[in-house]
Design a protein around this ligand. Structure first.
Ligand SMILES: [Zn+2]
Length: 450
């Protein structure tokens, strides 16, 4: 019953929008400079048709947002909309306001909220908002940019969120399957939480970092705190790797990392950061547990960063050190685990964020995820917001592997970010994908050399 009325309401809405669109369009013919935007539902559009659509000369710009597609064009010069696409919204762009901007946020709070009365929201879905603002307001909003809130001009055609249907994922059969110890992941997270705060400058952070060093050592890794200076203050990343055989000293290696520091409204006192990011730190440590048993274990370096919440400071400093030592050219690929435990609605959703040029590296891991089919996969080619950015900026292949519903996590950067709010199945699968991906890559490498 409810379904039927919902369906009728939807049909009415679509008809309504379509007719409103036609009338509006005619009404604005002749206004040469007027731009129109349109939000389309592309869930039924084939990849080839979508690619062709993107090339339409009448399109001023477009933005891919999972099953939605946001476009802009000169009024009266409508691009050829694919037959399977459904128009969800269409209107003229307000030419007294800024060009439409894409805002992406972490957590439920958005810096846009305080400007709600001044801005005009055109599109909203999860972590993404497309809006216009008076130029002076846009300037103020731009000042709020951080590694948790990002503004993008739409002029560059952004693939902000790409549905699994539109990305190439190789089909594989993993040879030797890894086994993940979920209880160990949970106990690492609990231990990290119990330091009360892992705010970068706190004793809790240092204690947590030392705990991680000792755990890596137990697995046979050479592990240490690596110092850097943050405005004169000493800060420490955790770095762990097994000793290479002399013959392989100059060979490349992979990096698995995540930030160990945490944030809250009162970070020097309490910042448990279970999801953000004890989950990723514990995940990296579980990957180390798995990899440590293989003969190629020395080809993976584990790094837990300080200062991510303060602006990727730990990873920036670490990458500078890699550049200074010349080691940056040996980084074959970097996996950044940041927030791998929160999921609001099933199925478990994952977001993969990288540059398209690194697709071949990322596809090793995508293939493992596809093999089990437990994750809903969304790809983003809009790189921002976490420690992989430091590596990508230095030319090293890297990707962020993160929960896709971070925009709906009510505990983000709160003192309520505890293990109880995390999804165990999700933790397990994220860690499995990373460990299995590395085993697949490194086993293949060993074989090729024989
Ligand atoms: Zn984080």
């Amino acid at each position: 019953m409810r379904r039927l009325s919902l369906l009728l309401a939807l049909v009415a809405l679509v008809l309504n929008l379509a007719s409103a669109f036609a009338a509006d369009e005619i009404g604005n013919l002749g206004v040469k400079t007027a731009l129109r935007h349109m939000a389309l539902d592309i869930s039924q559009v084939e990849t080839a048709d979508l690619s062709k659509f993107k090339e339409d000369k009448n399109m001023s710009y477009w933005c891919e947002l999972d099953n939605d597609f946001f476009i802009s064009y000169e009024s009266g010069k409508m691009p050829r909309i694919p037959a399977q696409a459904i128009v969800k919204k269409s209107a003229l762009i307000d030419n007294k306001m800024s060009e439409p901007m894409l805002a992406i946020k972490r957590g439920m709070d958005s810096p846009l909220d305080e400007f709600a009365e001044d801005i005009k929201v055109i599109y909203e879905s999860g972590a993404h908002v497309i809006f216009q603002a008076p130029p002076s307001v846009l300037n103020q909003i731009a000042k709020k940019e951080s590694n948790h809130f990002k503004l993008e001009s739409l002029r560059q055609n952004i693939r902000a969120a790409v549905n699994e249907r539109h990305i190439y994922i190789p089909e594989i059969k993993s040879a030797e399957t890894v086994s993940v110890d979920l209880n160990r992941i949970k106990s690492y997270i609990k231990t990290f939480e119990n330091y009360k705060t892992r705010y970068s400058y706190s004793q809790g952070y240092l204690d947590a970092a030392n705990f991680a060093v000792e755990e890596f050592k137990k697995l046979g890794f050479e592990a240490k705190l690596v110092e850097y200076l943050d405005g004169g203050k000493k800060q420490y990343n955790v770095v762990a790797q097994k000793k290479s055989p002399a013959a392989e000293k100059n060979e490349g290696f992979y990096v698995v990392g995540g930030h160990l520091d945490a944030m809250s409204p009162n970070p020097s006192i309490e910042a448990p950061g279970a999801d953000d990011n004890a989950s990723g730190s514990a995940g990296a440590m579980e990957v180390a547990n798995i990899i440590s048993k293989y003969p190629f274990a020395h080809k993976v370096r584990f790094v837990l960063f300080a200062g991510e919440e303060l602006g990727l400071r730990g990873s920036k400093a670490y990458v500078s050190q890699l550049k200074a030592s010349g080691e940056i050219t040996k980084v074959l690929g970097m996996v950044n685990l940041d927030m791998i435990g929160f999921d609001k609605t099933a199925p478990i959703s994952s977001l993969w964020q990288t540059r398209q040029t690194y697709d071949s590296f990322v596809s090793n891991f995508l293939a493992v995820a596809k093999e089990s089919g437990k994750l809903k996969i969304t790809m983003s080619y809009n790189v921002w917001g976490s420690d992989h950015v430091s590596f990508i900026n230095a030319g090293a292949p890297a990707f962020l592997f993160i929960e896709d519903e971070y925009g709906a996590n009510p505990h983000y950067h709160k003192t309520t970010d505890h293990l109880e709010n995390l999804n165990p199945e999700m933790l397990h699968e994220f860690v499995r994908v990373v460990a299995q991906g590395l085993v697949n890559i490194l086993s293949a490498g060993a074989e090729a050399k024989k």
